[in-house]
Design a binder for this molecule. Structure first.
Ligand code: 4IP
Length: 150
């Protein structure tokens, strides 16, 4: 009857699997990002030439007081923190396979290291994003967690 093709639904377009950002870039793409960072980021001079994967202001509590710091997760990996007013590097949370993140709520998260637990608060409420990014970096660097000893 000649009417058969009028109501066919289009075939689904296969979507490329979305793998998140910088961790899965090839060397050429990383080099490009690094050049962009060198030209565009005022933090570039503080991260020892490492590519910043995620950055944001957090309050880092030590004792009674908290200091507002720019926290920067970079390739390496590193977790640098800097004073956003003086634009100076204040320190670094040491990476190791034992590093663990623990979200407490939408603002507060802990970074556990063998010698210290860092108490961090994201005033904008993206603590879970921080935990996800740090954990992804951990898995990417050291592999999935070893089986727990009993
Ligand atoms: C400081 O408190 C700051 O919280 C420091 O953080 C912290 O160092 C100091 O701990 C702590 O005594 P005050 O500024 O109130 O004196 P930052 O380095 O970000 O300025 P870290 O870097 O270790 O958190 P100590 O124990 O490390 O000195």
């Amino acid at each position: 009857d000649g009417q058969s093709s009028s109501t066919t639904t289009p075939a689904p377009v296969p979507r490329p699997r979305k793998r998140s950002g910088i961790l899965h870039m090839n060397d050429e793409e990383k080099q490009h990002q690094l050049n962009q960072q060198r030209c565009n980021s005022k933090w570039h001079g503080l991260v020892e030439g490492n590519l910043i994967v995620k950055q944001g202001l957090v309050d880092k509590r030590k004792g009674l007081f908290a200091r507002r710091r720019m926290l920067m997760l970079t390739m390496g990996p590193h977790l640098y923190y800097a004073d956003p007013v003086s634009m100076t590097l204040k320190g670094e949370i040491p990476w190791s396979p034992q590093l663990r993140v623990e979200p407490k709520n939408f603002r507060i998260f802990f970074v556990h290291t063998p010698n210290r637990t860092y108490y961090l608060e994201d005033p904008e409420g993206f603590a879970l994003e921080w935990c996800k990014a740090i954990e992804e970096m951990r898995v990417n660097t050291y592999g999935v967690s070893p089986t727990t000893c009993t």
